[in-house]
Design a protein around this ligand. Structure first.
Ligand code: SF4
Length: 153
């Protein structure tokens, strides 16, 4: 007796077909490794996901928040994920219950890179001349490098 053919039934998309409760993925189980390398997880993105979120958790003071780090992270994210066009980012000061937010768009990438031109040139110069002069900062008092002139320990 011949098989009866019919179109496949049901959705082949992600299930459940509704908005996720959170943007961050949750991995509920891991396969056993059995002493051999094995794929431990798989991350799926829905096509057309053009927004990303970056949160930098800070344990220090929120007196002088420095969103430059967020801008740098946004540039890395834009470079790594070409489908992302907009990023909402924030510095979350966990001890002070404050959240400093920023937004970045792909069209502003050049402007963002311009803000790092100076430090990048200094870094390149140091690399090419193999010269790494010490640079005093308030953190020098915690530094373990006793041979440095700026060390205050
Ligand atoms: S004390 Fe430490 S952190 Fe400060 S400039 Fe010297 S090496 Fe750098």
């Amino acid at each position: 007796m011949p098989d009866i053919h019919h179109p496949k039934r049901g959705s082949h998309g992600y299930s459940p077909r509704k908005r996720a409760r959170a943007e961050t993925p949750h991995i509920k189980s891991w396969p056993e490794g059995m002493d051999k390398p094995k794929i431990q997880g798989f991350l799926g993105y829905k096509a057309g996901m053009t927004h990303a979120f970056i949160v930098d958790y800070k344990t220090g003071s929120n007196k002088y928040p420095d969103p430059k780090q967020l801008r740098l992270m946004s540039l890395m994210t834009f470079a790594h994920f070409p489908e992302v066009n907009k990023i909402k980012a924030g510095l979350l000061f966990v001890m002070h219950n404050s959240f400093v937010t920023e937004e970045y768009e792909r069209k502003d990438i050049d402007k963002s890179w311009d803000k790092f031109k100076g430090p990048l040139e200094r870094l390149n110069n140091s690399y090419e001349t193999n010269s790494w002069p010490p640079n005093y900062t308030p953190l020098c008092r915690y530094c373990p490098v006793k041979t440095c002139d700026f060390n205050q320990g």
